[in-house]
Design a protein around this ligand. Sequence first.
Ligand code: PRP
Length: 226
Amino acid sequence: MITLALSKGRIFDETMPLLKAAGIEVLEDPEKSRKLILPTNHANVRVVLVRASDVPTYVQYGGADLGVTGLDTLIEHGGGVAAGVAATGLYQPLDLQIAKCRMSVAVRSGFDYETKVKQGARLKVATKYTTIARDFFATKGVHVDLVKLYGSMELAPLTGLADAIVDLVSTGNTLKANHLVEVERIMDISSRLVVNQAALKMKQADIRRIIDAFSAALPAYSSASK
Ligand code: PRP
């Protein structure tokens, strides 16, 4: 049995065409079913639905053989870009170039971020992505107090909880609707295929077939860079 961990929403939707290219079709719609294990047209392939932030955990500890997860989630899970990702033992064969967005710093419109940073002021930063935020501001030499939140980060600068937020930006509509402006782009984000190392050895042929089919279905620029 091959188990693939996915999260509902954008990652699930954008992974479907890749699975199709591998000849795999999920037989139930997660938006209509309460099931957490979804069968596919292959008796030996199933999809498990987990919280986005739990995908690396499932794959690392073998609850799933492979999974699709955002680079943001992967970095937070591994404890940082430099140290962490390799330390989790997750094999990352492909940047799937899906669920693309960026990790950015945003502030209330009118807040003079540049001057504060130049003056060496201590910034209060609210975020769900504390590892990415800590690494980014440490590299810039900016002193920050991090406030960990689990959602609706846009509220923090509006209520005085923080000066800035570090969050994902896609269209920019959420920032705009809340009168926030993007002041720094930390990194580009996309989703990655992650594979359990032991599964890769023990179920090599099946997993390789999936990796190769995904890879062939990707735009030329992304597979060429591997
Ligand atoms: C993300 C992010 C922003 C929004 C940005 O939230 O936290 O709130 O998307 O998208 P936009 O630039 O297109 O408006 P998401 O919907 O992924 O849910 P989350 O709050 O659970 O992270």
